[in-house]
Ligand binder design. Sequence first.
Ligand code: NAD
Length: 302
Amino acid sequence: MKNKNRKKEKDMAERITGHTELIGLMAYPIRHSSSPTMHNEAFAYLGLDYAYLAFEVDNDALEDSIKGLRALRMAGANISMPNKAAVIQYLDRLSPAAELCGAVNTIVNDNGVLTGHNTDGIGYMQSLKDNNIDVLGKKMTIVGSGGAATAIQVQAALDGVAEMSIFNIKDKFWKNAEATIQKINERTECKVALYDLADLDKLKEEIADSYLFTNATGMGMKPLEGQTYIPDKSFFRPDLIVTDVVYSPSETAMLKMAKEVGCKTMNGMGMILFQGAAAFEMWTGKKMPIEHMKKVLDIKYD
Ligand code: NAD
């Protein structure tokens, strides 16, 4: 163990130089994040002169942190909760997806001009593609209207999903769903509708008419681990694709049920990898070594 740590320290000492560019992750809490491991592994693998560090930054420290990013000429940053919406006021430009989501998870510093992007939806759509799932021109049903769901809905509509049925419980996120639908209808060709998740007959009907169904809520992970709002297997059919944004546990109760029916399934690990890969490419101009990263992060499709 001691020798292993020594080797790591030596690698680090050789890798970080006076030229190394810094990329930060600004969120709170953030110490548990897998993003530093993912990006630093990819930089080392490709021999790119960047370092990625996590900073505990909440809303109160955000303005100073973005000023710091500019002053230090950092290459960019990832932004996570609670800063995804609050950071917008400190940036110069937004990508179309970030503007439609009203949330930023990636900042690119282009010679002092800071552009906010949202790569969560890109990550989800790319993970489908990587798993040979083609939802473009087709209909999907999605549950959720929080951060992850909105990013997926916006990107799916921008990319060319033909029709989308959104379900949510009538909680504080319902307003979000209404706003997202209005923006998608105004700005894309996607036909989108919103339903109450309490209407299970409608949920069954919309799933039956869809190519793909996805959970984009925290249902299935702690504290709701082992639970699903899908009442029984009759909601699924073998040629339905069923995906979940939850990555821990790797198989939610919903995915387990879908597998038992014979559906092709996918959990949220691919979304994490590909949201990171999209940001990585924006900062470095290089593709993330996806197959290597899948081994490092232990990502396997069913
Ligand atoms: P959020 O707090 O912004 O949204 C929560 C959503 O869950 C809302 O739509 C809310 O109405 C819904 N919800 C809450 N309780 C519910 C219940 N009992 N039944 C049905 N719906 C309920 O959260 P978020 O940031 O969008 O995260 C949602 C999930 O997505 C989390 O599990 C998170 O880990 C995961 N996530 C995954 C990735 C990834 O890359 N795979 C990225 C972001 C988030």
